[in-house]
Design a binder for this molecule. Structure first.
Ligand code: CP
Length: 310
C-alpha cells in the first residue's frame, strides 16, 4: 500500500524520492490513465493552479507531455522558450523566473542545460519546481514513465533485469533510470563503449558490460539511448557508423536472442544509429507506450505535488 502524500515538495530528482513515493505516483497514474481514455479526458483537479513551463533547451516529448498533463488537470499554463525570450539579452535565471512568478505562478516545470539548475531555483523562489531535465544530471519524470511502462508490460519492476545501452556518460535519463529501477527492486546493467561509461558508475551498484550481445542475453528489457552529440566536446568513438555496428540494436540481433526482450527508447530516436527502424517499430518495442504513459505519470506528479500546498 503506497503512502498518501509525497515526501517532497518539489520533484528535482529520483534521488530525493523513495519507493513509497514512486508507488504512490504509479497508483495515481493508473487512475489518470483511465481518465485520459475517457471521451472527456479532463478533470478539474488543478483548476486553481497556474504552471509555467520554462524550457531553456529543446524538447518535443517532455514539453508536449507536461502541457497535455496540465491541460487534462485543468491548470492554467504559460509557456516560455528561452530562445525567444529576454534571456538572449542577458537576463539571469533568477530574474527570469521571478518575473514569471510575479505573475502569480504556483509551479515551475523547467528544463535547463546545466546540472543542478532546478535545485538552485528551489532555494531561491517559493514556487514548486519540477525538473524536466537538467544537463547530464537527472530527468525524473522520464525515469518514472519508463519504470511505469515496464510495470505495465511485465507486471512488476522488482526482479526484472534492465540494461541501459549507449551514451551513459552524457545521459540524465540513464542516471534517473538507474536510481528509479533500483529503488523498485530491479537489477540494472549499463552497456556501451568504455569512453561513454562514466567512472562513477561503479558507485551506483550497476553491472557494466561492453559486449552488446552479452548484455541483451542477460536482460529482460533493453533501454536504448541516443548518442548525445550536443553534449560531446571531443570524439568518444571513431564514427557513428562504427558505433552502430558495435552498439546498434538491429532485427538480426534481436531475433537471435533466446527470449523476447522488451525494447525501450526515451526518444528522440536516431534511426539506424542506436536502433534500426524495424526494431523501433517492432512488436517488442514499447516506445510509443512510453510516450502515452508519460502524460498519465506527469499528471500524477503534478497532482500529488499540488496536494502538498497549504
Ligand atoms: N525523452 C525526452 O526527454 O525527449 P525530449 O527531449 O523531446 O523532451
Amino acid at each position: 500500500m503506497a503512502a498518501e502524500k509525497l515526501s517532497t515538495r518539489h520533484l528535482l530528482g529520483i534521488k530525493d524520492i523513495d519507493r513509497n513515493d514512486i508507488e504512490l505516483i504509479f497508483e495515481t497514474a493508473d487512475n489518470f490513465k483511465e481518465v485520459i481514455n475517457r471521451p472527456i479526458k479532463k478533470v478539474p483537479s488543478l483548476r486553481d493552479i497556474t504552471i509555467a513551463n520554462i524550457f531553456f533547451e529543446n524538447s518535443t516529448r517532455t514539453k508536449l507531455s507536461f502541457e497535455l498533463a496540465e491541460k487534462r488537470l485543468s491548470a492554467d499554463i504559460v509557456n516560455f522558450a528561452a530562445s525567444s525570450s529576454s534571456v538572449s539579452k542577458g537576463e539571469t535565471l533568477i530574474d527570469t523566473v521571478n518575473n514569471i512568478l510575479a505573475m502569480k505562478v504556483d509551479m515551475v516545470v523547467m528544463r535547463h542545460p546545466y546540472a543542478g539548475a532546478g535545485v538552485f531555483l528551489s532555494k531561491h523562489i517559493n514556487a514548486q519546481i519540477v525538473n524536466a531535465g537538467d544537463g547530464a544530471h537527472e530527468h525524473p519524470t522520464q525515469a518514472l514513465l519508463d519504470a511505469f511502462s515496464i510495470r505495465q508490460k511485465l507486471g512488476d519492476v522488482a526482479g526484472k533485469k534492465v540494461v541501459i545501452v549507449g551514451d551513459i556518460l552524457h545521459s540524465r535519463v540513464a542516471i534517473s533510470n538507474i536510481l528509479c529501477l533500483q529503488k523498485l527492486g530491479a537489477e540494472v546493467m549499463v552497456c556501451g563503449p568504455t569512453t561513454l561509461i562514466p567512472k562513477f558508475i561503479n558507485g551506483l551498484g550497476v553491472k557494466v558490460e561492453h559486449d552488446l550481445r552479452k548484455a541483451l542475453n542477460w536482460c529482460d528489457v533493453a533501454n536504448m539511448l541516443r548518442i548525445q552529440l550536443e553534449r560531446q566536446d571531443i570524439k568518444y568513438f571513431p564514427s557513428l557508423r562504427e558505433y552502430a555496428m558495435m552498439y546498434g540494436l538491429n532485427k538480426q540481433i534481436l531475433d537471435s536472442l533466446d527470449k523476447e526482450i522488451v525494447v525501450m527508447h526515451p526518444g528522440p530516436i536516431n534511426r539506424g544509429v542506436e536502433i534500426t527502424s524495424d526494431v523501433a517499430d517492432s512488436k517488442q518495442s514499447i516506445i510509443l507506450e512510453q510516450v502515452e504513459n508519460g502524460v498519465a505519470v506527469r499528471m500524477a506528479v503534478l497532482y500529488l505535488l499540488a496536494s502538498q500546498r497549504d
